[in-house]
Design a protein around this ligand. Structure first.
Ligand SMILES: Cc1ncc(COP(=O)(O)O)c(C=O)c1O
Length: 464
């Protein structure tokens, strides 16, 4: 890869001088130049200097159908010509929103009644929090408004969805979370189990923790529980098989609504159309985004079941209107692109393809077990995490200040592979259209990055 950090009028320098970057150390970014991507094709992206990379993360877990999908481009341009904008407020509507809502209700993993549109996963979760509050208010229990989620969960970055998120960096120095947002232990057996505790016992202990928290807070004050079927940004955490059954028993006992955050897991990512199916959830509401339009345009959808819809409809009648609104809810161009994306998932048999490719990605990464840096390989469908440790036998973690994961991701980039470091977990979420040869190439490049990282770790005496 070419070195371009010295070019003072370079596009990288212009970036540093003009753009504030999310989830980036803003100070070091003034020195560390951006990787400026110019174009994409299939699973590949190319930077402004002509270097090609396998996009092992589908951007931010979102370009599920890969780059260069002409059908999505045509859906957008056709709709822009016909009707570039209309809205859904005050009894207005348009065909693209209606068709997309109908299709989502048809493929929903559990019976759902209506669809609420917004523009991002954050807004979808924010809307779901608002609807939990509105619902319990309508039910005559306005105090039932506390919300529980997992530590290390990522649910977005509006004030409510950042409060839901269990990431320290979403809270630190922002004065968050808001009161009434509570977090429980994440269901990650490898990191959070006690010595000699079985997976089953671990799941039971965590469900008991939830039960105790709800009782300590008072069940009459707890309104909702939000969960990603498989936690993405928390490090690709796959709960034990019985975890959600036990959790749902607790929620039922105290009449707490369940919201599935499927912003990453929906539309084939875990080998089923929805992660709700993969992990056997039965949510009252379900949020999806990202893969909904394959990220070609912003859109999210919140599915709402009949239990909730009937109550909020009556309440809106009392209030006068349902007072939640975004100018771009169900934007016709976004809706048309998303509707076309849903057709592509079906026409191209994407789910079957993911099931076929899963052994190459997850199995291929598991073949790397035994490498001195690898503690755990976990994954489902085409979503995987590889946890780097300083001792593969004991699983002891590196001191976070060594930023081993970040180093490994940087090395991968220099080998032409884009992955994401979540602490010391390297995550993989390639476009679902990736083929066997491309997966093998991805793993070869990752192995080279691992070997570079091992050399660095040995040189600095970081292993134990
Ligand atoms: C599980 C989950 N929920 C919500 C969000 C927030 O979505 P957005 O960035 O579109 O607001 C994300 C984003 O990564 C996510 O992974």
């Amino acid at each position: 890869m070419s070195d371009h950090s010295s070019l003072s009028n370079s596009i990288e320098a212009r970036d540093s001088n003009s753009v504030i970057h999310p989830l980036t150390n803003l100070k070091t970014h003034l020195e560390k130049k951006a990787l400026v991507i110019q174009e994409g094709d299939g699973v590949w992206v190319t930077d402004v200097h002509g270097n090609k990379y396998i996009e092992g993360m589908s951007g931010l877990w979102c370009v599920s159908l890969g780059y260069g999908q002409e059908r999505l481009v045509n859906a957008a341009t056709d709709q822009m010509r016909r009707l570039p904008y209309y809205h859904l407020t005050n009894h207005k509507s348009h065909q693209p929103a209606i068709e997309l809502a109908e299709k989502l209700l048809e493929i929903a993993p559990v019976p759902m009644s209506k669809i609420w549109f917004s523009n991002s996963g954050s807004e979808g979760n924010d809307s779901a929090v608002r609807i939990v509050w509105y619902y319990w208010h309508a039910m005559g229990k306005p105090e039932k408004r506390k919300i529980i989620a997992h530590q290390r969960a990522y649910h977005g970055n509006t004030i409510a969805s950042a409060s839901l998120s269990g990431m320290y960096y979403n809270h630190a120095s922002f004065g968050l979370p808001l009161d009434g947002f509570l977090h429980i232990t994440p269901p990650h057996y490898y990191r959070y189990s006690n010595p000699r505790e079985s997976e089953e016992d671990f799941a039971t202990r965590l469900a008991n923790e939830l039960d105790q928290l709800i009782r300590a807070e008072g069940p009459e004050t707890v309104g909702g529980f939000f969960a990603e079927p498989i936690m993405g940004s928390g490090g690709v955490i796959i709960p034990p098989p019985t975890y959600y059954r036990k959790v749902q028993d607790v929620l039922k006992k105290y009449d707490v609504l369940l919201v599935a955050d499927e912003v990453i897991t929906a539309f084939g990512r875990t080998g089923n159309m929805f992660g709700t199916t993969t992990m056997e959830l039965n949510p009252d509401m379900l949020v999806c985004a990202k893969g909904l339009s394959s990220a070609y345009i912003p859109i999210s959808a919140l599915m709402v079941n009949a239990r909730i819809f009937d109550v909020i409809a009556n309440e809106s009648d009392k209030v006068g209107v349902f007072g939640l609104s975004f100018t771009y809810s169900g934007h016709p161009v976004s809706a048309a692109v998303a509707r076309e994306a849903l057709s592509i998932y079906e026409d191209e048999n994407i789910i079957e393809h993911v099931q076929l490719m899963e052994p190459y990605l997850i199995g291929g990464l598991k073949e790397l077990l035994g490498h001195p840096l690898i503690g755990e390989v976990r994954g489902k469908g085409l979503l995987a995490g590889v946890e780097l440790v300083k001792n593969e036998i004991t699983g002891d973690a590196f001191d976070p200040s060594h930023q081993i994961g970040g180093y490994c991701a940087d090395r991968a980039e220099s080998h032409g592979l884009i992955v994401r470091a979540i602490g010391d977990t390297i995550s993989f979420c390639p476009p679902l259209i990736i083929n066997e040869i491309e997966i093998k190439e991805l793993i070869t490049r990752f192995e080279a990055a691992l070997d570079d990282t091992l050399i660095m770790a040995k040189q600095n005496n970081l292993l134990s």
